[in-house]
Design a protein around this ligand. Structure first.
Ligand code: NAI
Length: 333
């Protein structure tokens, strides 16, 4: 029996994400929570004949904690998305929503895997961690900032530059750092299969890095005020949730992914801090998933000179975003 919860389930990401989780055969119970329309979305999805039993919850009568009770995994796309001209940092208004949800998780399902989609991820993951720490239930191995959209974008964009089919993650390209503009660090030198045609062409490479870092802006611009990436994010979120579920409940070992995580001593992040020469408490790194979440934090490995420059820029920009999340104080209820 595996219970999944989506917080923000009635939104642009929440609805297709909930649909994709309803189709995941590992999940037997799916709770949908939102401040609006969660009951309607749940009724709609409940007509699809898959194992997951779906229930919707609204805030009344402690609905958040009812939805979260006993959850194994919570996926969180709750909050406001970007409008044209906004950076992800402009979304710090979402910090309050994240702190409230983190407290509800601490009360109702402190052992659940927590997958944070709400932006700015670089700051909202620290907000989750700090709230869970205060509640005495923080497990750094189970808190994962979802940067997987950057990974699927990298794979898709590389394939399209090379005129190859954009089939499911044909190109594996680790993306580390953070989830916002210059903090997004695609390691093209580690692409599998290798992409010498791009690495040896500075103009092509710079354009590709820029597109991966700012791919979200393409969608914000095209939607022209109607929000940011929702469908691709839902796919990325569901795929990432499936990796976590397969490792935890499906007996699949050794899956290596990237996620934005805490690098504290309890998380086993000291080695990676030395490798990248930083004292940042959060970074998106290679992790191996297992039954208890992050089984191992793996080295970033060899990077080339271009990536060393990008790493420096990413570290510089990440510091203040992390600090903003660490020092956030929620308004009294
Ligand atoms: P949306 O506005 O369509 O949906 C957000 C949903 O959250 C709404 O249904 C809203 O009612 C709900 N909500 C608001 N306050 C809540 C609360 N206190 N508790 C529960 N639910 C609450 O926004 P969209 O497009 O779905 O984006 C959601 C978030 O995901 C945004 O912060 C966006 O920036 C972020 N995002 C993250 C990405 C990533 O790669 N990690 C990619 C794309 C978006």
């Amino acid at each position: 029996m595996v219970k999944a919860v989506v917080c923000g389930a009635a939104g642009g990401i929440g609805q297709p994400l909930s649909l994709l989780l309803k189709l995941n055969p590992i999940i037997t119970e799916l709770s949908l929570y939102d401040v609006v329309n969660a009951v309607g979305v749940a009724a709609d999805l409940s007509h699809i004949p898959t194992p997951a039993q779906v229930t919707g919850f609204l805030p009344a009568d402690n609905g958040a904690e009812k939805a979260l009770k006993g959850a194994d995994i919570v996926v969180i796309p709750a909050g406001v998305p970007r409008k044209p001209g906004m950076t992800r940092d402009d979304l710090f208004v979402n910090a309050g929503i994240c702190a409230t949800l983190a407290q509800a998780i601490a009360n109702a399902c402190p052992k659940a895997f927590i997958l944070v989609i709400s932006n700015p991820v670089n700051s909202t993951v620290p907000v989750f961690a700090e709230t869970l720490k205060k509640a005495g239930v923080f497990d750094p191995k189970k808190l994962l900032g979802v940067s997987h959209l950057d990974i699927i974008r990298a794979s898709t964009f590389v394939a399209s530059v090379l005129g190859k089919p954009t089939e499911a993650l044909h190109y594996t390209i680790p993306v580390v750092g953070g989830h916002s503009g210059a903090t997004i660090l695609p390691l093209l030198s580690q692409a599998k299969p290798a992409i010498p045609d791009i690495l040896n062409d500075k103009e092509k490479r710079d354009a590709l890095v820029n597109r991966i870092q700012f791919g979200g802006d393409e969608v914000v611009k095209a939607k022209d005020g109607a929000g940011s990436a929702t469908l691709s994010m839902a796919q990325a979120g569901a795929e990432f949730a499936n990796y976590v579920l397969e490792a935890a409940f499906g007996g699949k070992k050794g899956k290596v992914v990237q996620a934005y995580i805490n690098l504290g001593a309890d998380a086993g992040g000291e080695g990676i801090k030395k490798e990248i020469g930083t004292d940042l408490d959060y970074f998106s790194v290679n992790i191996e998933l297992g039954p208890s979440g992050i089984e191992k934090i793996l080295p970033i490995g060899q990077i080339d000179d271009v990536e060393k420059g990008l790493l420096e820029a990413a570290v510089k920009e990440l510091g203040p975003s992390i600090e903003k999340g660490n020092s956030f104080t929620p308004a009294p209820p």
